[in-house]
Design a protein around this ligand. Structure first.
Ligand SMILES: [Zn+2]
Length: 273
C-alpha cells in the first residue's frame, strides 16, 4: 500500500477503484484517521449513496467485508463524514481528518426470529456480539467485522499514518459521543490503534486460556458456541469488555488463518501473563 497524489495504490501497484463523490470541499491537511461503520446493506449500496449529492455525506474510503476498497475523495480534500464533532481541541473533524467507512450493518435489533439488521434481515448469530457501548445505553447486538476487512483496514491505516504523519486513529463515537455509535464495541480499536500508532501506553494486557475454552457469541452459556472454537490451551487474548464473570475477548493468535476473532469466554479460565 502507498499513497501517490493523495490516491491509495494497492499492493499490486495499481490505484484502488476511484468513484468520485461530489460531496467534498476545500483542501485539507489530514491529522487524524476517523473510523466509521456504514450501517448499510452492502459496500456497493453505501458507495452509491455516498457518491449521490443528495446524501450530503461522503468518506475518503469504503472497505467491504471482503476487504475490497474504494476511494471516493482524494486524501487532501475535505470529505463529509464526521459532522458536528470535537477531538483534541479541534472542532469539526472533517477539516483535519481522513474518514474510512467499513461496510457493516452496525447496531442490531433482537426480534422474534433472532438478531436482525435495523431493516429486518436476519443475521447469523456467529456474526453477532452482545455488548454495551462504551458511551452508554443498554446491552445490544453488534455485527462483527470480518478478518479480511480488519486486515485491510490495518494495512491502509499504517500506510496513511506514515504518509501523512497522522496523530491518532479514532472512532466516530469518540469525536461525536452520544450522537454516533460507530465503529462500536465490535471494532477492536485498542489493538488497531496500538498496531498502527504503536504507542507505549497503548500496549495491551495479554491474557492466555488456562483450559480448552468454549467461545460464545454472548456473555452466558445460553449463547451459541462460535464455530472457530474451542480455543486451545495457551491461546493469547486481549480483553475488550466484560459482563459479570464473562469476558469479551479479541483472540491475538491466528486461528484458521484469521487473526481478528472475537467472542465471549468465561473469565475464570483466562489469566494475565
Ligand atoms: Zn460515522
Amino acid at each position: 500500500m502507498r499513497v501517490v497524489n493523495h490516491r491509495l495504490i494497492g499492493d499490486n501497484g495499481t490505484p484502488v477503484e476511484f468513484r468520485r463523490s461530489p460531496n467534498q470541499s476545500d483542501t485539507i491537511k489530514p491529522e487524524f484517521l476517523v473510523i466509521h461503520y456504514t450501517a448499510g446493506r452492502s459496500a456497493s449500496s453505501s458507495i452509491n449513496w455516498l457518491t449521490n449529492k443528495d446524501a450530503r455525506a461522503s468518506a475518503h474510503l469504503v472497505i467491504g467485508q471482503d476487504g475490497a476498497t474504494t476511494q471516493l475523495v482524494a486524501f487532501n480534500r475535505k470529505a463529509w463524514h464526521a459532522g458536528s464533532s470535537r477531538w483534541a481541541g479541534r472542532e469539526g473533524l472533517n477539516s483535519c481528518s481522513i474518514g474510512i467507512e467499513l461496510d457493516n450493518p452496525g447496531r442490531l435489533e433482537r426480534r422474534v426470529n433472532g438478531w436482525c439488521s435495523t431493516w429486518g434481515d436476519p443475521v447469523d448469530p456467529a456474526n453477532v456480539i452482545e455488548a454495551r457501548h462504551k458511551n452508554g445505553g443498554a446491552e445490544c447486538g453488534w455485527h462483527t467485522y470480518s478478518g479480511a476487512q480488519l486486515e485491510t483496514l490495518q494495512n491502509i491505516a499504517v500506510c496513511l499514518v506514515n504518509h501523512y504523519d497522522l496523530l491518532d486513529v479514532i472512532g466516530h463515537d469518540d469525536i461525536a459521543p452520544g450522537r454516533k455509535s460507530d465503529p462500536g464495541p465490535a471494532f477492536p480499536m485498542a489493538r488497531i490503534r496500538s498496531a498502527v500508532i504503536g504507542r507505549e501506553q497503548e500496549v495491551v494486557e495479554v491474557f492466555v486460556t488456562v483450559a480448552v475454552l468454549n467461545i460464545r457469541s454472548g456473555p452466558g452459556v445460553e449463547y451459541e458456541k462460535l464455530a472457530f472454537g474451542p480455543l486451545p490451551l495457551g491461546t493469547r487474548l486481549e480483553v475488550i469488555g466484560e459482563s459479570g464473570v464473562w469476558r469479551h475477548i479479541d483472540v491475538l493468535d491466528v486461528l484458521d488463518g484469521d487473526s481478528h476473532r472475537t467472542g465471549w469466554v468465561h473469565g475464570h479460565y483466562i489469566e494475565s501473563v
